[in-house]
Design a binder for this molecule. Structure first.
Ligand SMILES: O=c1ccn([C@H]2C[C@H](O)[C@@H](CO)O2)c(=O)[nH]1
Ligand SMILES: [Zn+2]
Length: 132
């Protein structure tokens, strides 16, 4: 599964978005180290703060099935620039994925920005910061 294929999987995931309020569809495809792909879309709610982003949908699906090691995540939306994940998703990705994991951001025009998890949220609050 190469970068291009993973972006195509993210586009497929995007079609399933439930977005009656924003009408803004986002798709994500998360590749595990075993070569499995978990898809995620954004899912909104009439209680707006309950909306869940595509990235977190994919990651929570994978993690909750016991798939906890990842190669890359691709994210797509109909944006002018490659879609930037929100702060909440950056925080969650930073905790559940390795700092070296690839993050592939894209849009429907085919613009691509590739970065690592470490670059996605430099200085992230992390488990090591907790006084246990
Ligand atoms: O990277 C992003 C940015 C936004 N959204 C969703 C949240 C909400 O449903 C809609 C508008 O913010 O897009 C995502 O899923 N991922
Ligand atoms: Zn988000």
């Amino acid at each position: 599964m190469d970068k291009q294929m993973l972006m195509e999987e993210a586009k497929k995931a995007r079609e399933l978005a439930y977005v009656p309020y924003s009408k803004f569809k986002v798709g994500a495809a998360l590749l595990t180290t075993d070569g499995k792909v978990y898809h995620g879309c954004n899912i909104e709610n009439a209680a707006y703060s309950m909306c869940n982003c595509a990235e977190r949908t994919a990651l929570f699906k994978a993690y909750s099935e016991g798939d906890t090691k990842y190669e890359a995540i691709a994210v797509v939306a109909d944006t002018k620039r490659p879609v930037p994940p929100c702060g909440a998703c950056r925080q969650v990705i930073s905790e559940l994925c390795s700092k070296e994991m690839k993050v592939i951001l894209t849009n429907l025009n085919g613009d691509v920005q590739e970065l690592t998890v470490g670059e996605l949220l430099p200085g992230a609050f992390s488990p090591e910061d907790l006084n246990e």
